[in-house]
Design a protein around this ligand. Structure first.
Ligand code: ATP
Length: 135
């Protein structure tokens, strides 16, 4: 079994989709290991998106992810990293496949509701960042 770090971004909370999206992960069979709910500051956003801070799209992304409360989760299950990314769908909600979270619920490249770690290395780094107590 494997663990992955998931974010339900501020658009998810604002739109009242926390239950809908959490329900999809739970229905798939993933277990909730840890949760955090709150609003992050720019420093936490930069730490999470360290690989993107120099990109053109980053300043508006930082404004978005600091714009209101979000939920961070650690989910666990067989091949959880890949399973979550398949459930999430492609980055751009406009072209993400129907049946995926983004494909069904997002019409935006930036406000795409969710984040899931993209590798075991990212999962370890992001879990340590959001949940230091999980080591
Ligand atoms: P995530 O890492 O959040 O699961 P991802 O791996 O599909 O998404 P990345 O390429 O890592 O996408 O980009 C991180 C986030 O930055 C995206 O989820 C999206 O919110 C935003 N983003 C990425 N590319 C763009 C873009 N061209 N324009 C606006 N926002 C973007």
């Amino acid at each position: 079994s494997e663990r992955t770090l998931v974010l339900l971004k501020p658009d998810t909370v604002r739109r009242g989709l926390v239950g809908e999206i959490l329900g999809r992960y739970e229905a798939k069979g993933l277990s909730i290991v840890a949760t955090w709910f709150g609003t992050i500051d720019a420093q936490q956003a930069d730490a999470h998106y360290a690989e993107h801070v120099e990109r053109d799209f980053y300043p508006p992304l930082r404004a978005f992810v600091t714009s209101g409360p979000m939920m961070a989760l650690v989910l666990e299950g067989d091949q959880a990293i890949e399973v979550v990314r398949l459930l999430n769908g492609a980055t751009d909600g406009r072209v993400a496949a129907p049946g995926t979270i983004r494909g069904d619920l997002s019409l935006s490249n930036r406000e795409n509701l969710v984040h899931g770690s993209d590798s075991p290395e990212s999962a370890a780094r992001e879990t340590a960042l959001w949940f230091p107590e999980l080591g």
